[in-house]
Design a protein around this ligand. Sequence first.
Ligand code: DGL
Length: 270
Amino acid sequence: MAVGVFDSGLGGLTVLDACQKRLPDVPFVYFGDNAHAPYGVRDADDIYNLTTAAVERLWAAGCDLVILACNTASAAALRRMQESWIPRDKRVLGVFVPLIEALTERQWGDNSPPREVSVKHVALFATPATVRSRAFQRELAFRAIGVDVEAQACGGVVDAIEEGDMILAEALVRSHVEALQRKMPTPDAAILGCTHYPIMQEAFQDALGADVKVFSQANLVAESLADYLTRRPEMLGSGTETIYLTTGDPNKVSNRATQFLRRKVQFVKA
Ligand code: DGL
């Protein structure tokens, strides 16, 4: 009855952790493609090929339902996967929609026409590939009108986190927030549109100031997964064990993951 969680590297652990807390009886198989991170500087074909290979590995581990806990893969590859690649008995869900539903004050699956919402000026922090895809603006336009979005491609932040260089990651967050503020001086909300960024949430909040509401995905995705599984319990796959898979060096990845989650996590080679 396992559920698969995929990310290019360590960022999806923020989503996994929230899902494990929300659904303590469900085994999860995590796949971090650390050998190929970051995805955010790759082109769409490359992201599609890497993501589909990882999802196939999760299916083989008994996960019929896979969460792409990676905005870059959700933005650059998910639609193409859903159009022609995913078999009928499997599901792959992205992380964008729960976040945008929260931002636009909607319940799950509310497909009513777009309307005015309370946020007017939204700062989006994401990887270069996610920003380039404009997937966030497209999903938002289905649900809200009159929202001004300013996107900041946060080059370097994912690499620094993957390398465990938190001082560099923090300095980069500050400079990306300043760059955003030059384009949009007073956003009323900010979206952390990359699952690595909640690891730096304090640095984002501090640089943005206490008046800016910062939205991050982990709890929103966990809640929407719990809701999905009550409606579609048959999507729990045959896997029975929680496993952490990586394409990178299992010891190095385990150490970083243990540091981020503040509990022992042991990765094995994917
Ligand atoms: N954590 C991922 C995301 O949400 C990917 C970052 C990357 O590999 O560049 O976008």
